[in-house]
Ligand binder design. Structure first.
Ligand SMILES: *[C@@H]1O[C@H](CO)[C@@H](O)[C@H](O)[C@H]1NC(C)=O
Ligand SMILES: *[C@@H]1O[C@H](CO)[C@@H](O)[C@H](O)[C@H]1NC(C)=O
Ligand SMILES: *[C@@H]1O[C@H](CO)[C@@H](O)[C@H](O)[C@H]1NC(C)=O
Ligand SMILES: *[C@@H]1O[C@H](CO)[C@@H](O)[C@H](O)[C@H]1NC(C)=O
Ligand SMILES: *[C@@H]1O[C@H](CO)[C@@H](O)[C@H](O)[C@H]1NC(C)=O
Ligand SMILES: *[C@@H]1O[C@H](CO)[C@@H](O)[C@H](O)[C@H]1NC(C)=O
Ligand SMILES: *[C@@H]1O[C@H](CO)[C@@H](O)[C@H](O)[C@H]1NC(C)=O
Ligand SMILES: *[C@@H]1O[C@H](CO)[C@@H](O)[C@H](O)[C@H]1NC(C)=O
Ligand SMILES: *[C@@H]1O[C@H](CO)[C@@H](O)[C@H](O)[C@H]1NC(C)=O
Length: 771
């Protein structure tokens, strides 16, 4: 071993040891116990003392006692949300000195008793049934508190004092359904937090006067706003919003779950426009009413980012033009409108400062931004999940976007059929065209400057050789296509990432294996250990270097031609045999004959003949008796097969059923002559039933079915289950109409009856004597 390599060896050993110790440490430091959704009524008692994380959420726990968690001295995270706890005594955590995360949200808490705990960072008491804010003076010692979730039906300014000196990042304040009877507008004044999320009662209209901007929060989120004003109504919500204009601290505003009118929606937007808010986001909006013509005052705004997500509108009869006009001329940098059913968007009238525009998941069509020259600052355009159809229209749409670097047009229905004229904007670097219906020809419409190209989930069969080379391309994703070849290196000289899984590549793989054998393994990282087959299953785990493909399986054309010729040849032969030689019939017969011979060989003769008076009992309908007497009987009896017919062998004095049972019991085989007539005869069905019954008793197959005439399935009565299932198994001999096939039929039948005539005993034919 050289010096260098032994150095590397030592380094590797040390590295692996460190890694192992690290893993052990991290395993030791966390012990997660998940008992959520287990229908528990108490905190489980069987927990290991080393538990650090306990999740017992979504149970029916109604009490939390010191004894429940006393011994869990290592407990750091306790999640008891969605239970039925009514009363909390914080002293139960006296011995859980490590506890820093306590989630008791969505319980039925109405009362707490306090105890100084200092280590809590996350305390969630939201969505409970507290009347007043559950803040006790001991909270003031939680100097590390970062998140505090609360719920109440009344707010008092003084409640916040114990925690006013803390630096809390986020307060979640859930107002109970009874909130609003006695409101103090100033009640949030002494709340000190960076971010405040207020959840209003879900059932009520917004009739509140709370000054939501009174706290120190720079980021404000308001949920559940039912604001559908009548004409002369005092606009509570609008007045709450107007007060935001007086708070210069506020930078972020998020509104969630809003029910309002189109007019109010734009009034809200207008009010926010003249505040200090920089990032405004509205989601889950339900809009009613119509939009009257409104002018929007765009001047003096701080807004940089506007996001509108999930808008449901019940009316679309009005002039949507107003909507597009107002939205398209906003002088902002970042604009997102997703999950609306918006079908169009106007081109801004003046040069727009928009840098980022995300219009994903709408119903936009190829008509959007036609001839649009005002989006010159735009760097990122996201049009994912819309109704775009033609790639050339996209090229035309973006050709004047001089700064556009990233374009996402994935998940549309885009096609490109060599329509030519793909003069993309020169700035484009990242192009995502995944999940469309693009074919090979798309490679004639790629911007030459592109560095990242995503074409996965399309219909690409091969990458044409003669396309303009994409010299800047570094990352190409062509997974989930129908590629049979790897792309040639000549076209993509800078490529460093190629994603090609879920294709049909095989020929190039063969070349790859061959070539790699010739160059040294240093060039290809981890060859051959890391190159294993994942598909097909039979080769899973095989190293690629040991996977050999024949010339045939690699040369697709040769393979297809070979398969084609063989299939055609077989088809001609089979058709000929079927039509002129009745191949299926012969095949069935030969098969049955072979089976019968096989069974006969495996059975001892003694067994066959003990107690058997007849070789065969024949069951048939009276209507088929002509065939039985003229064809079947002579042919079998000429071979000395002893046949029992109910007409001639009936024992008088016994009942019909008794006779049938006896005959079947005493016969080695029972032959059924099946025809539509047979199905009509009730007796035949009895006989079939008994014979079949015997079949299972003796575990020998004593049934022989001869299909004299085809029986349409529908003509078999529903309760003839046995016959139906026997017919379905197709284990019957078919009486051929053609004379030349009769010989084989009889041979077959004889083989099935399975008697070696030479071995026959000299017993009297009692069956015949009985008559
Ligand atoms: C909890 O109870 C419900 C209703 O009785 C039952 O359907 C469910 O399977 C139970 N879950 C467990 C984990 O026992
Ligand atoms: C809690 O803080 C108060 C002062 O704010 C202090 O006097 C008291 O000792 C602290 N208690 C604990 C247990 O740290
Ligand atoms: C809160 O932050 C301020 C300023 O960063 C700091 O002076 C004060 O000590 C912090 N208070 C606590 C309780 O950590
Ligand atoms: C637009 O809003 C600004 C700032 O609020 C105001 O000064 C200006 O008068 C308004 N313009 C119109 C036409 O209302
Ligand atoms: C706009 O959005 C992009 C991407 O989300 C982000 O990187 C950028 O900081 C945002 N710009 C502004 C002004 O908010
Ligand atoms: C576009 O907006 C949607 C909704 O906010 C978001 O999920 C998606 O990540 C955004 N797309 C990009 C590429 O930023
Ligand atoms: C696009 O602009 C060209 C001239 O720049 C004009 O001839 C054409 O009519 C415009 N098309 C649309 C749809 O506005
Ligand atoms: C694209 O735009 C050019 C010129 O602006 C025009 O000649 C061409 O017809 C347009 N193509 C399509 C498909 O609209
Ligand atoms: C392209 O968009 C798809 C979603 O449509 C996303 O999964 C994929 O990561 C994107 N590709 C790139 C290179 O961003």
């Amino acid at each position: 071993m050289t010096k260098a390599s032994s150095g590397i060896f030592h380094f590797a050993v040390v590295f692996m040891l460190t890694l192992e110790i690290r893993i052990q440490l991290s395993v030791e430091s966390e012990l997660v116990v998940d008992r959520s959704k287990k229908n528990l009524t108490h905190v489980p008692k069987d927990l290991t003392l080393k538990t650090t994380i306990l999740d017992a959420s979504q149970n029916y726990i109604s009490e939390l006692q010191a004894s429940d968690i006393l011994s869990l001295s290592k407990l750091r995270i306790l999640i008891l949300s969605h239970n039925r706890i009514q009363y909390l005594d914080i002293s139960v955590f006296k011995f859980n000195q490590e506890l820093e995360y306590l989630d008791l949200s969505h319980n039925k808490l109405y009362k707490i008793s306090c105890y100084p705990t200092v280590n809590l960072k996350h305390l969630d008491l939201s969505f409970n049934e507290f009347d007043v804010l559950p803040i006790c003076k001991e909270f003031g010692n939680m100097s590390q508190l970062d998140f505090l979730g609360l719920s109440a039906t009344q707010l008092q300014k003084s409640s916040w004092l114990p925690i006013a000196h803390l630096n809390i990042s986020k307060v979640l304040l859930v107002l109970g359904e009874l909130y609003g009877q006695k409101e103090d507008p100033e009640s949030l004044q002494d709340l000190n937090t960076k971010s405040l999320h207020i959840v209003f009662p879900t059932q009520k209209k917004f009739h509140f006067v709370l000054d939501v901007a009174a706290s120190t929060a720079v980021s404000l989120e308001l949920s559940n706003i039912k604001y559908v004003p009548d004409d002369n109504e005092y606009s509570y919500f609008m007045n709450v919003l107007l007060r935001l204009q007086k708070n210069p601290r506020l930078l972020d505003l998020t509104l969630n779950n809003i029910e309002t009118t189109w007019n109010s929606f734009f009034k809200i937007l207008q009010v926010v426009w003249h505040t200090t808010i920089e990032h405004f986001s509205i989601s889950n909006v339900e809009l009613t009413g119509e939009l009257d013509h409104q002018d929007f005052n765009y001047s003096d705004t701080s807004v940089k980012t506007l996001s509108i997500h999930q808008v449901f509108s019940y009316v679309y009869h009005f002039q949507q033009g107003y909507v597009y006009k107002i939205l398209s001329n906003m002088k902002i940098q970042n604009f997102t409108i997703t999950g609306t059913r918006m079908m169009h968007m106007f081109c801004p009238l003046q040069i727009s400062p928009l840098v980022y525009l995300n219009l994903s998941n709408n119903l936009l069509t190829d008509e959007v931004f036609k001839n649009c020259t005002s989006l010159t600052a735009l760097k990122t355009l996201i049009l994912q999940m819309n109704q775009f159809k033609k790639l050339v229209n996209i090229v035309n749409m973006t050709k004047d976007m001089k700064s556009l670097q990233q374009l996402d047009i994935s998940q549309n229905s885009l096609r490109y059929e060599n329509e030519g004229n793909c003069f993309w904007t020169k700035s484009l670097l990242i192009l995502n065209m995944s999940s469309n219906i693009l074919t090979d020809s798309v490679f004639r419409c790629i911007p030459p400057s592109v560095t990242v190209l995503d074409l996965h989930h399309n219909r690409i069969v091969s990458i044409p050789q003669d396309v303009t080379s994409l010299e800047a391309l570094e990352e190409l994703n062509v997974a989930f296509n129908y590629l049979t070849d790897l792309p040639g290196c000549g076209t993509f000289s800078s490529l460093s990432v190629l994603i090609i899984d879920y294709n049909l590549v095989s020929r190039e793989l063969r070349e790859f294996i061959k070539n790699i054998g010739q160059i040294s393994s240093e060039v290809v990282e981890d060859w051959p250990e890391s190159y294993k087959c994942a598909y097909p299953d039979s080769y899973k785990g095989t190293q690629l270097q040991n996977f050999h493909m024949s010339q045939l399986s690699c040369n697709t054309t040769l393979l297809i031609v070979t398969i084609g010729v063989i299939v055609l040849f077989l088809a001609v032969i089979v058709t000929f045999l079927c039509i002129y030689m009745d191949l299926p019939w012969y095949l069935r017969m030969v098969c049955q004959w072979t089976q019968a011979r096989h069974r006969a060989r495996n059975m001892s003769l003694k067994e066959l003949q003990k107690n058997l008076q007849f070789h065969a009992f024949i069951s048939y309908s009276g209507h088929d008796s002509v065939w039985v007497k003229n064809e079947l009987l002579p042919n079998l009896e000429k071979e000395d097969i002893r046949i029992c017919l109910h007409e001639r062998n009936f024992v008088p004095g016994k009942s019909i059923v008794e006779n049938i049972i006896n005959f079947i019991e005493e016969s080695y085989k029972t032959i059924f002559v099946l025809s539509p007539n047979f199905v009509q005869s009730e007796w035949c069905h009895y006989e079939l039933y008994f014979a079949h019954h015997k079949l299972f008793q003796d575990a020998s197959d004593n049934l022989i079915l001869i299909l004299l005439e085809p029986i349409p399935r529908y003509s078999i009565p529903g309760n003839y289950h046995k016959l139906k299932s026997l017919m379905a198994q197709r284990t019957y001999l078919e009486w051929p109409k053609e004379k030349n096939k009769h010989g084989l039929f009889w041979a077959n039948l004889r083989a099935t009856i399975n008697i070696k005539l030479i071995e026959q005993s000299n017993q009297e034919n009692t069956c015949l004597n009985n008559s």
